[in-house]
Design a protein around this ligand. Structure first.
Ligand code: GCU
Length: 610
């Protein structure tokens, strides 16, 4: 009994110690050692590599034994029994989901172990070494040279661990246990309308850092103080207290020096006079260089303000209409998770081709290439956490997971001018517990970032008295800056030929975004426009819906569902769906459906009206 108690105590201590370090800000523009490429993998359906046959975790036990996959044990002689060998096992590409790489893993939901050997060129024992993951779906346990660095949950946000005391110049190995099983108390929960792609789905990079380095910073135009860049810089390391730091923006002839406080933090307010504000029509980015005594980092930051005035969304003091589209993080041509800058160029290039100035990144944080490219292209972004449908509203652990993912995406993208809206949720059923859960997320968001707007995709319904009159009766609408809702009149209920007769009764003096509408169509299937699944039906729905929405006085944006077809286990109708949600305007062969051109035309005419 004593041994069990000791193991349990060690595990609890372990879990407290294994939090992931604060996120490295702007790792993207640091020189790193990429671990992208081929990793060996072992499918571990029965968790053999993590538990012994009594279902006790090897993890954290004083002598885990050869069976623990993360030890990467090799037989020492011909008698030894070791029942796994990463180096003899097949490989998967990282970054990338496993479902779209291996036929036999297409439907796999479970645990899979990855292993990668690595050297550190010019290894320097006086430096600090961090291991950074862009994302792993869903749970990741990270081990380096047999030592546990930590565990991270959440399939769409970055994390990193310091591994300084575990690495050497050569012959290192990193082992990652990935488990993408869905669970009722997770975020998202069991039911979604997208493919549960598992794996190390984004970049993996080693960063070599000075003993005291620049860990985090935020520089944003402060909408409450005209022409002031407000923010902070946070150092990490033994020499952080009273350390000297300078911030320069060469193009604005700004060069300021600061002294960090005892915690290694600097709060800054930099007045700027003549500058070009970042906007969708003028995506001006400035080089910002932060130099400390031992470190230097540069970033490209756009300075803009975003606020609401009554029912207007106001960008740099001017009203803007958000001509948008929804996007899932999927390269539809590959039928797998998007992760690269090339994927981002394809997806955001299609949005620009549509005439968009706005994109809703549904339903979870996308890889950071999207926000960085949107900064350059002049696309405004809605970013969202996967608080989707039937989350466990009364579960405090579930709330912590949601807030953790929210803080991770805000931490990562807080310097991206393109990001203007944080979305708390999508289509969540109303209840007191759900209202408390979402209201707490709003409070957390305002704490983390008071410069951007808050919304969530709510739902509408027809009035009892006249179901041609649609209303949004949701107490959460009071808590958000922008009233957004999904409406599917003509697809889920309502007759397509009645769309022109409906209208919305909205008595809130807030901007309104229609965060989804759409219809499914199999590209290349042509019939009369009352035949569901035909391109003509989808085209008619757009033709009828767009002018009807335009009648909403508070309308400030629309993001039709969705740019491209995407995989979903919910959509199995042969021959139209076959595992794909067909509401895309572009098919998995890259062909544009007729409704693509209807939306493109609508946006171009909007342009003319301005
Ligand atoms: C819902 C949901 C989407 C889903 C879409 C659909 O509104 O927000 O995630 O894919 O409708 O049913 O196609």
């Amino acid at each position: 009994m004593k041994k069990q108690l000791l193991i349990a105590a060690l595990l609890i201590l372990n879990s407290f110690l294994l939090f992931s370090n604060t996120l490295l800000q702007n790792n993207y523009l640091r020189e790193g050692i990429s671990l992208n490429g081929k990793w060996n993998y072992i499918v571990d359906m029965y968790e053999t590599g993590y538990y012994n046959y009594r279902w006790q975790p090897h993890d954290g036990s004083p002598n885990p034994g050869a069976g623990a996959f993360y030890t990467n044990t090799k037989p020492q002689n011909k008698m030894d029994l070791v029942e796994y060998d990463f180096d003899a096992s097949p490989t998967l590409l990282v970054p990338g989901d496993w479902n779209s790489q291996e036929e036999k893993l297409f439907y796999y939901e479970g645990t899979l172990w990855y292993k990668k050997s690595f050297d550190i060129p010019n290894y320097d024992s006086s430096k600090r070494y961090y291991l950074h993951f862009g994302a792993v779906n869903y749970r990741a346990d990270i081990y380096v040279n047999g030592q546990k660095l930590g565990m991270h949950k959440g399939g769409f946000t970055p994390f990193n661990f310091e591994m300084t005391k575990h690495v050497k110049a050569t012959d290192n190995f990193v082992i990652v246990r990935v488990d993408n099983k869905r669970a009722a108390d997770e975020v998202p929960t069991l039911n979604t309308d997208w493919w549960n792609y598992g794996g190390i789905t984004r970049d993996v990079t080693i960063y070599e850092l000075s003993p005291t380095f620049i860990e985090d910073y935020s520089l944003q135009l402060d909408k409450s103080k005209k022409n002031v860049i407000a923010g902070f810089i946070q150092l990490n390391g033994d020499n952080k207290a009273n350390s000297k730091v300078s911030v320069s923006i060469p193009e604005l002839k700004i060069n300021k020096s600061y002294t960090a406080d005892q915690e290694g933090q600097i709060k800054l307010e930099i007045p700027i006079k003549k500058y070009e504000a970042w906007s969708d029509t003028n995506p001006k980015l400035y080089e910002v260089i932060i130099t400390s005594q031992e470190d230097k980092i540069s970033d490209k930051i756009g300075f803009r303000t975003i606020e609401t005035k009554g029912s207007d969304i106001v960008l740099n003091g001017k009203t803007v209409f958000l001509k948008g589209i929804c996007i899932h993080e999927e390269n539809v041509m590959r039928g797998g998770r998007a992760h690269s800058m090339e994927d981002a160029r394809m997806l955001l290039g299609w949005a620009k081709e549509l005439g968009c100035n706005f994109v809703r990144l549904a339903h979870y944080p996308h890889n950071e290439n999207m926000a960085r490219l949107a900064d350059e292209m002049g696309l405004l972004l809605w970013e969202e956490i996967p608080v989707y449908w039937t989350i466990q509203w009364g579960n405090t652990e579930t709330y912590k997971k949601a807030e953790q993912q929210l803080s991770e995406v805000i931490n990562r993208d807080k310097n991206r001018a393109s990001v203007i809206i944080w979305s708390m949720a999508n289509e969540t059923p109303m209840s007191d517990e759900r209202l408390r859960f979402l209201s707490k997320l709003v409070d957390a968001t305002r704490q983390l970032d008071n410069q951007r707007l808050i919304s969530a995709a709510l739902e509408d319904h027809g009035k009892e008295s006249d179901n041609n009159i649609m209303v949004v009766e949701d107490p959460f609408a009071e808590k958000v800056d922008i009233l957004s809702f999904n409406q599917y009149y003509g697809w889920y209920g309502g007759d397509i030929d009645n769309i022109k007769n409906i209208r919305w009764e909205i008595d809130m003096d807030k901007p309104v975004i229609i965060s989804e509408f759409g219809a499914g169509a199999l590209q290349g299937y042509h019939a009369d426009n009352m035949t569901r699944w035909s391109e003509e039906f989808q085209e008619l729905l757009y033709e009828e819906t767009l002018p009807t929405l335009a009648k909403i006085p508070q309308l400030s944006g629309i993001t039709p569902w969705i740019l491209a077809d995407f995989r979903s286990p919910r959509r199995m109708l042969i021959p139209y769906q076959d595992g794909w949600n067909r509401k895309g305007l572009i098919s998995e062969t890259g062909n544009r459906k007729k409704a693509f051109f209807t939306l493109q035309q609508f946006y171009s005419e909007l342009e003319l009206e301005k």
